[in-house]
Design a protein around this ligand. Sequence first.
Ligand code: FEO
Ligand code: CA
Ligand code: CA
Ligand code: CA
Length: 655
Amino acid sequence: AATASKKPLTLAFEAVRGSRTDAVVVPEGYRAQVLVPWGTPLFDDQQWKASQPMDAERQSVSVGMHHDGMAGFALNESSASRRFVLALNNEYIDQDALWAPQGGPTNAEDGQRPAEESRTEINAHGVTLVEVQKEASGGWSHVVGSPYNRRLTSATVIALAGPVAGSDYVKTRFSPDGHQTRGTNNNCANGVTPWGTYLACEENWPNVFTHGGERFSDDARLGIPTERSRYGWETSAGDASEVEDEFARFDITPRGDSAAQDYRNEARTFGYHVEIDPYSGARAAKRTAMGRFRHEGCWLGKLDAGKPVVFYSGHDARNEYVYKFVSRAMWNPDDANRPGESYDRMAVGAKYLDQGTLYVARFNADGSGEWLALTPQALTPKGHSLAGALGLSDDDMAGLLVSTCDAADLMGATPMDRPEWATVDPTSGEVYLTLTNNSQRTAQQTDPTYTNDGSGVTQSGVGYATAPTNTANPRPDNAAGHIIRWREASDQVRFAWEVFVFGAGANDDDNLSGLTEMTQFASPDGLCFDEREGGQGILWIQTDNGYENVSGYTNDQLLAVIPAALDSDSPDAIINAANQHQLKRFAVGPNGCEVTGIFATPDKTALFINIQHPGNWPANGDALTQDATRMAQGAVRPRAATVVIEKQDGGPVAV
Ligand code: FEO
Ligand code: CA
Ligand code: CA
Ligand code: CA
């Protein structure tokens, strides 16, 4: 906490009004620069042209599409705020933008996709690593041909690590021993480890698969489609042997005599945190001990020498859960990242992330909470062993992890309003979590002890069909979402929680936090606790909103707030406007976008954010010429991009 001698942190910028334009709006005295938009070549300095056809080879050496979570990795301490490896997730694709010069994708809705188009789309997904630098002129650029530049795509070979690796659950024709898979998909938010690696988190990955028969229960729970997959990659038409090798895996219907002869288990090699060493070309690893679900992201808890390393994560689906992974190994500060040095960071990752205990959260009505261990021996509230209740053998940790959400049901976890990002105040250890919205939250049979029993799982992959309100998710049909926070008890098994702020339109009846036109927001998604001097910090809030009471006023946005102290005695203590006098709108994104992916440089002079799925941005004077009407209206080929926001006087952002 701040000491009395420290000046309280204050937000010094002039808040911006809502905006509905094709531009990023920032406060007076600030500038915003577009950096590494989709399609930027990593190894040559060709200029982007909107008329440039994309192909698989070009996409494999260019920045991927639809930037989401990201982080910067310093190359040495002294230049950490001016030069670093930017790791960014390329969550999914906009097929219209990708295929604009050709007039759109081929057979996107039905029929066979050309193999080359599928390959290109596969290469537009994944993760981009690119060295970026601040130039003497003050602008930012990427370093063409940097040895750190690298792409991981939905086809890159990745190791499976932790308890699921090598188990029967993940044996495939590609990897009969179950130690590898190909690709990482739909990485949404991210994590950063203290040893200098990046965690990309697989979220909406079920949609790239299809299953034509009776699915495994975990595949059904997580929503593997039974019809065509999202992009139809499984239909790819081309040379028979190529098609079998590259694309058959997206249709996981059993075809062979055993799992090692087909791809029935392919989807079980997805749904994890993927650890990547941004400093080397080392093979990435899926850390299966941290659970398998639709991971939004992964956030490091308070780090203390001699204590376990903790990561929080949420399952972004309606009425799904919040998780905590606690390492078996105790944190040794000698393992902290040594920027620029070459050594085996993946081995450090294995030490902390391949063995540990996964917990799921129960939020009690009185403002207390409990972490429920997901171990085979754990006793369910009905008094059965968890392994037994799941129908597994006594020591089948791999089976439990593959069915993480079913295990969480059985232990009595609290169904949440779509957990998205979390962030941790590194001084106090308080954790903030966005609950973005929930159209399947009913006011009926309000019961603070209600837990899912597995019978309400939808078959469409969006969590439970319905759940009644509970105190942590108190609004029926929660259109605007809210943010909660908690603090761990000393035993690390209990915690105290409270609602931090409710999203709302200023004129809504349930505007429970007293938001005004200048602070109204809905569907909070990205979060970042940006630590400043004296243990104080700014909580950055980003939105991904479809709620018309707010979207009719403003595009998605970035807000800042200096959090008031946590009052663990009273869960409702800070939901009134008086405690949010420092909530202010800092930036607004262009039409059609979501504002996501955020970090500040160590010196706090640059704030990096991502603009995902913009509708008509960034304008670069190179209009797309396919559609005369849209061209006359100023239409461009939209490109997701990173945006760097700086103060014109070069000082720290926001204060
Ligand atoms: Fe990709 Fe839950 O956002
Ligand atoms: Ca997103
Ligand atoms: Ca998100
Ligand atoms: Ca979202």
